[in-house]
Design a binder for this molecule. Sequence first.
Ligand SMILES: Cc1cc2nc3c(=O)[nH]c(=O)nc-3n(C[C@H](O)[C@H](O)[C@H](O)COP(=O)(O)OP(=O)(O)OC[C@H]3O[C@@H](n4cnc5c(N)ncnc54)[C@H](O)[C@@H]3O)c2cc1C
Length: 419
Amino acid sequence: MKKITGVNILDDEIRDKLITRNIYEIFNNFIIPLITKEEQDFLRELEDFLIKEVEPKIDLNNDVYELFPIIAKKNYMQRLNQYGDSERYGMRYEILLAMAMSIIDPELDLARVVSGVIFANPLFQFGKNDHQLEILDEIMTGKKIGCICITEKYHGSDAVNMETQIQEEEDHVIINGEKLYTTNGSIADYFIVYGVSNPHDPRGSMYQVIAEREFEGLETHRLGVQSIPRVEIGQTIFNNVKIPRENILGTRGQGYNNLFSGLVAERDAIIGSSLGISWLTAITALIYTNCRVQFGRPLYDFQAVSFPITQLFTELMAATEFGFKSASEYRKTLEHSDLKFIKYNAAFSSGTKFYASNLAHKISYETQQLCGGIAFTDNLRIDKALEVSKVQEIIGGARNIQLYLVSRAIKDIFKRLAL
Ligand SMILES: Cc1cc2nc3c(=O)[nH]c(=O)nc-3n(C[C@H](O)[C@H](O)[C@H](O)COP(=O)(O)OP(=O)(O)OC[C@H]3O[C@@H](n4cnc5c(N)ncnc54)[C@H](O)[C@@H]3O)c2cc1C
């Protein structure tokens, strides 16, 4: 990759104040009161590990993937599902992980969430045979990379009406089609793919299968997504790819249920990453504007600077409460079979994902303007965070689709009351 980092123009004393340890210290002041003692211990241990073991190895001129085995050493590829001997798992832990990791490297966290959560969660939920569990081990140890293929050229937001064809044979299925914007796709080892045997009945005929890099007929190409140069986004083509039966996660029709049950987890994990980006840029602005002097005073002394920053903090505190609530609700969804409750939770996660990812972009954009020119360079982490926040807003379903899901749920209440 072409070198993209530049020269340091930040005063040493401001740079010393902007170290990750200080950013975490301020972050903890806001987060610790919201979480349990167990979660506090988890967060402190995680932050210590990220500062000591991961941050020194981050190279903005290299892809993020070589960091996977390092974060996997402490079982930090994900924390949604139990893996290994850790008892600290669940959506609240996953959100803490996503926040802390986004603070040190938002691109790393984006690629991790896709491999560790969005790819791996269906294996945790539906993986049955030894081969599927072996794949899970390879992903959890960071040795292999996973991705998820839903979006197609002609079916983006309208994902259900997909065209990727699945043909059932005796001991395998054959898959034909093209998927787009596959995060990690052009470098991935494993692909969870959705396809249908009858395009006129996608719900009743959807499959969920795992394709592997070396399968004949599988082709990937990298797309030019300039906002996240260290994460590979791919076009994934399936030309008569033969998928053995042991790689089928969801059989005919089951694929549709699996797709939808996975979307809430996906949205919740993205909420964590968006909140992490927001805290990173808000705290960076708080520290920087208190140190940078113009007209003989720190920038933060001017109310035109401090009031907008305060407003962003206030909105972020609310969004963080919202995020934890969403994470707690996720556990309840798994325990409940009441459809009304499941629907409520799906809409709640959509609303929170809409709000958190939109806020991440707003906070990153506004703090960049409030800090000035330095925030456009790699001396601060704001510009990188701003670019990743754009991606957070579209992945897992674009903004309007989240609003659509919430609006439908609101209308359902209205209809049920028969006013
Ligand atoms: C960087 C990146 C990474 C991604 N990673 C993955 C991945 O790993 N796996 C994967 O499967 N997909 C991935 N995606 C795809 C992403 O989920 C889609 O881009 C998204 O679902 C929107 O689909 P689309 O791009 O085709 O836009 P379209 O569906 O064409 O929508 C374009 C615009 O129209 C709006 N719109 C569409 N329908 C309606 C409607 N009914 N009402 C109101 N507004 C509407 C949308 O909100 C959007 O603003 C990724 C995308 C990007 C850019």
